[in-house]
Ligand binder design. Structure first.
Ligand code: ATP
Length: 259
């Protein structure tokens, strides 16, 4: 068995409470460009039903990590596993991703959602009811016939979530889904994320918003220069940060690495 796929042995003295097997796992994942390690030896296990929020300064590698975990880019070192096996195209069908700036097709809101089901091979006769339900949940029924690109930023982001959730993913990646939205739109998006969590969808989300992490996270990961500086239950990690970069980030202070 290749080293990267070997199960991680528990550390001596570690808790032996059985945990659910990870849904997605980063095994020493590195992404280097021209010798620069933008993501550097990340070890991370995301367990089913948990909501993990990834925090970190600009350029820390958060978006890259999400793209690596979702298989949009391939690691230059280490491996990403899905249910213990290398992530492949079939596994990615159980996942969905929503970006900060959603890309809408030049079609109606309804057709954008239906398209996601078409890509998954769902027959057209089986799409309508699922599309209606997804639009209803996102409170977009009244806008279903509108060209998606004419919707407001907040409406487009709700549509992007509807388009992701209609495929019934087990794991949903969210890359700063509320970054450019006002409080009302942010509240609506968080409501949809919360509903997905309640329905058992595993969430991995990047945000810059501490309040959002407090509201939505079971677990928090803090990335610093491509490395995991902290990882643990949100309540513990946010209340008692152990690393200086994370303390500085939480306090809104500038952190400069010692030379
Ligand atoms: N394909 C690439 N080739 C080279 N450098 C890249 C590539 N993608 C990202 N980077 C660089 O890697 C670093 C991490 O990028 P990333 O987008 O993951 O940061 P981030 O933590 O999401 O930042 P932000 O909070 O500003 O969105 C940045 O310095 C970025 O310029």
């Amino acid at each position: 068995m290749p080293e990267a796929l070997r199960p991680i042995a528990p550390e001596p003295g570690a808790s032996v409470v059985p945990l659910a097997a990870p849904l997605v796992e980063a095994r020493d994942v590195t992404f280097a460009v021209r010798g620069r390690r933008l993501v550097d030896g990340v070890r991370l296990a995301v367990r089913p039903g948990r909501s993990t929020v990834v925090l970190g300064a600009n350029g820390a590698g958060k978006s890259l990590l999400l793209r690596l975990l979702h298989g949009l880019i391939a690691p230059t070192g280490g491996a990403v596993l899905w249910r213990g096996s290398p992530l492949d195209r079939a596994a990615r069908r159980h996942q969905a991703m929503v970006f900060q700036r959603p890309v809408m097709l030049r079609r109606s809101a309804r057709a954008n959602v239906a398209f996601a089901l078409g890509v998954r091979g769902i027959a057209s006769r089986d799409r309508a009811a699922r599309v209606d339900e997804a639009l209803e949940r996102a409170r977009l029924t009244a806008l279903a016939a509108q060209p998606a690109r004419l919707l407001s930023g907040g409406e487009q982001q709700r549509l992007a979530l509807a388009r992701a959730l209609v495929t019934e993913p087990e794991l949903l990646f969210l890359d700063e889904p509320t970054a450019s939205l006002d409080p009302a739109s942010t509240h609506a998006i968080e409501g949809l994320i919360d509903d997905a969590r309640a329905a058992g969808v595993t969430i991995v989300m990047v945000t810059h918003d501490r309040g959002q992490a407090e509201r939505l996270a079971d677990d928090v990961v803090f990335l610093h220069r491509g490395r995991v500086a902290e990882h643990g239950p949100a309540s513990r990690v946010l209340d008692a940060p152990q690393s200086e970069p994370f303390r500085a980030w939480l306090d809104g202070r500038l952190y400069l690495d010692p030379a």
